[in-house]
Design a protein around this ligand. Structure first.
Ligand code: F6R
Ligand code: MG
Ligand code: MG
Length: 374
């Protein structure tokens, strides 16, 4: 029987603006999942990063299972009632539809699911990011699964020698799932050409080419495609199986030491360094910085071990320092150039409205006449 890991996350309200959920909201979600799990979920773990609550569930019902999705949806609805009662900011923010219709995709919450035959030892990582977009994982995944500069296992381990297949989604397409399958290493330049554009092309999943097994699943939700307007950044979650025929945990997390620039932060409209943070970190600077947490587990017969907080180590203090410096440096230039995202990615309509208004005040200057020339 295959094991499925489902991670489902939503922002259902936060303290102090968009900082972090209250203890009572988190507890309500946790209790609801625990109370309704019997016969459905083998194990679960509920946590938060920034203002997003993530529910991890292990079960045997496969991906896109209505009962599993409904459980998460109902837990978020219950949490929203507590958030409303406490007067939290943005209560129920990511629950964009009124009713559940069999699958939580397209209703607001973000989902990533991996279904697999358990290995005797099954380590995996759960990433949760806040104040950024799904494409924030593009570069770390490219480096961790396709570049021997970061992933020596591609050279050293015979079980990884065939490389990995990337499935990439064009998230601007809203009529359905528009995806492409590319193989590393043959398609490296095509991969790079797509993955450079974090706003539009997003890694949805990665599979071993040796065995066909899935090893990465990322959420690809674009909230503004669902709501038709800005309702917060997409704040992606990701599951990664590691070790043996997959990159080692160390190879998967190594690229996060770059603290690369991603879109997000205040009003979802800036470019800042992605900071690897400790588990359950709130938001701190400029409605950010864009942050990512990583918990590691093993799963055995569907049972989860305790979680280990990967970025809670002195090594990552240095990276946090670097990320702060990179973010402060680009923030020094305020609205200018690359400090903000391009016009097509701006959250909030204010600048577009201004530009439309100013358009009527522009005039086309006439070229000088021959008479005025000497
Ligand atoms: C939230 C975010 C924040 C908000 C900002 C204004 O994810 O990125 O920067 O955009 O705090 O929030 P509102 O529009 O709710 O007042
Ligand atoms: Mg929020
Ligand atoms: Mg958030």
């Amino acid at each position: 029987m295959k094991t499925t890991l489902s991670i489902i996350k939503a922002d259902i309200g936060a303290i102090g603006g968009h900082l972090c959920p209250s203890k009572a909201v988190l507890e309500r979600v946790r209790q609801y999942v625990a109370a309704k799990s019997k016969g459905l979920v083998i194990d679960s773990y509920t946590t938060y990063t920034g203002d997003d609550i993530a529910i991890l569930m292990s079960h045997q019902r496969g991906a896109n299972n209505p009962e599993i999705h409904s459980l998460a949806w109902e837990a978020f609805r219950q949490g929203t009632e507590v958030a409303k009662g406490e007067g939290l900011y943005g209560a129920g923010q990511d629950l964009l539809k009124d009713s559940f219709s069999g699958n939580i995709r397209g209703l607001g919450p973000a989902v990533a699911e991996l279904e697999f035959e358990e290995r005797p030892n099954e380590p995996f990582l759960l990433f949760a990011a806040d104040k950024t977009e799904p494409g924030a994982y593009n570069l770390p995944l490219y480096l961790g699964f396709a570049d021997p500069m970061y992933c020596p296992g591609l050279m050293l381990s015979p079980s990884m020698a065939k490389g990995f297949q990337f499935i990439i989604m064009d998230v601007n397409y809203t009529e359905g799932d528009k995806v492409i399958e590319l193989n590393a290493p043959e398609d490296l330049y095509n991969l790079a050409a797509l993955l450079r554009d974090n706003h539009r092309f997003v890694v949805e999943s990665i599979h071993s080419r040796a065995t066909g097994e899935p090893c990465v699943a990322c959420s690809t939700t674009r909230l503004h495609n669902i709501a038709g307007k800005y309702v917060g950044k997409d704040d992606p979650v990701m599951l990664v199986r590691t070790q043996a025929q997959f990159p080692a945990t160390g190879e998967v997390i190594a690229p996060f030491a770059l603290a690369h620039y991603v879109a997000g932060d205040c009003r979802g409209s800036h470019n800042v360094a992605l900071m690897p943070v400790k588990h359950a970190s709130p938001v701190a600077y400029f409605d950010g910085p864009a942050l990512v947490s990583c918990l590691s587990f093993c799963v055995h017969n569907g049972k989860l071990t305790e979680a280990v907080d990967v970025f809670d180590h002195p090594f990552w203090d240095l990276i946090r320092q670097k990320a702060s410096e990179k973010t402060l440096e680009i923030r020094r230039q305020g609205f200018s150039g690359r400090a903000m995202v391009g016009i097509e990615e701006l959250e909030y309509g204010g600048i577009t409205e201004r530009l439309e208004h100013l358009e009527s005040q522009f005039s086309i200057r006439k070229p000088p006449t021959a008479k005025s020339k000497r």
